[in-house]
Every structure is written in structure tokens, then in C-alpha cells.
Design a protein around this ligand. Sequence first.
Ligand code: GLA
Length: 434
Amino acid sequence: MHLAVAIFASALVCTLALDNGLMRTPPMGWLAWERYRCDIDCERDPKNCISENLFKDMADRLSEDGWRELGYVYVNIDDCWSSMERDEQGRLQADPKRFPGGIANLARYMHDRGLKLGIYGDMGTHTCGGYPGTNLDQIETDAQTFADWGVDMLKLDGCYSNESVQAEGYPRMSKALNATGRPIAYSCSWPAYQGGLPPKVNYTQLGEICNLWRNYGDIQDSWDSVLSISDWFFKNQDIVGPAAGPGKWNDPDMLIIGNFGLSTDQSRSQMALWAIMAAPLFMSNDLRTISSGARAILQNKAIIRISQDPMGVQGKRLLQDKSGIDVYWRPLSDNGSALVFFSRRNDMPYRYQISLSKLNYTTGIYKMYEVFMGKVGTVEDTSEFTVSVNPSGVVMLYVFPPVKHRQFHGNAKLHGPAHFHHHDLDNAIPPGFL
Ligand code: GLA
């Protein structure tokens, strides 16, 4: 880390991302909170309590069930991991009953499997669950403790704190983490505690000190919760969107796919909208018992490819049609793009007709891939095509870069209108796409 240089330079130009080289694409992994909360009853609920066994179980699943290869590498501890007391040297320590091996051993367990370990702290007197927080005079000690343990990421919450403590503490923790010399990704809950919007929140500064940040409230296991979070981010897209980029991401909170609150269509909607938002993909679910349907959504290679696009531009809502269909778009590298058609209806699948030119695409012939059905269609910018969108569901298209009319040698027929629910599509996916 060229710490002094980075601080000096960012004071001058104010455009640097946190200079730790981490998270050039949105991070992926698993985070305990939404599903396991502060369950510390290991006697009566040994499989679900916050303990080293839970994190080891999830690490085993991530490395043995195909998750790690897709990019899901972070295994993140949330609240309620620590002992109620610091040790004699004033350092945080794990609860000895639930984490008998200690955090350093748990980090080694992750690293041995090609995974990373995340931990949780709070810039305040206590964590939200009432465990010891990090006061201003403990920032350097705690950063060093996490580094000594071999931790790879810190989520720093903001309960039992105030505006001035946060304004001093969050940037100082960033410096303290950098100063340890260990690359530790830094997730800041700061903006969520300040209402998520300027002038109270300074997104330029956040991009310089944090790799990701929570802007808004906690996700819960319900469709209402997913929708209200998504709506907040898209309503404020012109404010929060430009803040995101390689190394610095808005965080609409965890994926709850695989739990109890979402239907299959709603699960697809969360996955699609989070990919459009270039959101971190931290699952909070039970990978030991997850259904094959939920797993297929979370392991969808085309969506992960969209999420992980190297250009790292956060997408936006293009329009809200009076029919109840919203259209979302994310520009991707090499002139590709992603489109999502989302239905707010509650009657039946809605046949929405649109053309790419109406969505401001330039002239050309476009190949499109529907990511959930694995179907390909080819359309001209002006050809109308129909997507059939289920209630609270999505149709998500990866749109390949256009081919100009005169360069098109046309052994692939044009299908106009393309019906993405029909079987008459050209199924050739360009080689190397998936
Ligand atoms: C806050 C955070 C959550 C979770 C809990 C833990 O509510 O926003 O994500 O970390 O605290 O107590």
C-alpha cells in the first residue's frame, strides 16, 4: 500500500477508489446475518447457531458444490461472534464456547479452501446486537487484530454511535486497515445511518475509503422487503449509481434466495435486479439444504457474468410502463448490455412488446440471450419483439454487441417478432459466452 501517497493524492483529486486493489468487480460470497441473525443457542440449535461450525459448513458447501468456481468466495461472519468482554490487552476476542478454535484458525480453514473470511465490527460503543463495539480509541487495535487473524474483509456497522463519531471513525478505520499491510476489503454501513443521500452522505468520499457500503435499511425474508429496497436504489439511481465502479460498490444488502420469503419468479427478480445494480452478491441462506431451483438461480452463469462485468458500471431503470412493466438496463464491456423486464402486475404473464430502438439502442442487428431459459433470438433494432413476464417476475436478456446491416452475413435468420417463450429460436450461443 502506498498509503501516504494515496492519502495525499486523494486529498488533491478526490477521485481515487480505496487503494487496496480489492473488489474490482462486485464481491460474491455468503453472509450469516439475514438467515441466522443472533442465534447463539448452540445447545438447542447446534446446526444454526453463530459458531465456527456454521462457517465451516458453509465453506465446505461453497468449495464442494460449485460455488467457489463461480466467484462465491467470501464467507462472512456478522454480529454476535465475539465475547462480551475484550481480552486483558483490550483486543476483541471470539466467544470461546462457540468459536473454540478462534478466528485465526477459521481464516486458515477458509484460505486452505481457496475462500476468504469476513468479519463484523461496529463504529460505536456496541454492535447492533449489544456486543463490544469499536470506539474511536480502539480503531487501530481492532484493525491490527483482524489483520493478525488473517481476516480478508470487515463490515463496519454503525449502531450506538453518532454522526461525528462516524465521520471521524469510518475514514480512520480505512487508514488503519491499509496500514496493517494486509489487504482487507472494507464494507461501510455509514451511509445507511445517515439516510443514504447527500448532503449528509458524501459518495465521493465513500468511494475513496470503502470498497462497498450499505446505503439503505436491512433486507428481510420477504418480497416486500426486496421490492422496497430495489425501488429505493432505482428511485435514487442518478445519485447513487455514479458512485459505483471497480473497487467501490453500492450494497443493497444480501441475497435471500433459497430461504422462505420468495417465489421462484421473485428469486429470479432479486438476482436479475442485483446484477443490474452491480450489487455485491452475498447470499444469506442455508447452502446445506438449498433447493436445486434456488441453486440454479444463484449459479446462473450468464447472470453472474453480467454482475461481474469488468467495466463495473451500475445499471439503471429506463422506464416504468403504464402496464406495470419496468425496463432496466446495464451497459457492459465491449458494447454488450443487459436488459431486464420486470412485472409489477398480479394477474398473469404479461406479453410486453418493445423494440431495441425504443430503448435507444443504435442501428444494427442484435443477438440476445434470455438468461433463465437459455434461449437466443436475433432482432433488428427496429423490430418489435415480445417478452412474456410473469407476475413479480423478470425476463432478463444479455444483448450482444450489434452487427451492422452491411456486415451481416445472415446465416442466422432474423426472428421478428422474437417470442422468448417459444421454441422456434436459433439456439446458437456465440462460442465462449458461458
Ligand atoms: C444492523 C445491520 C445488519 C446486521 C445487524 C446485526 O442492523 O444493518 O446488516 O449486521 O445490524 O446486528
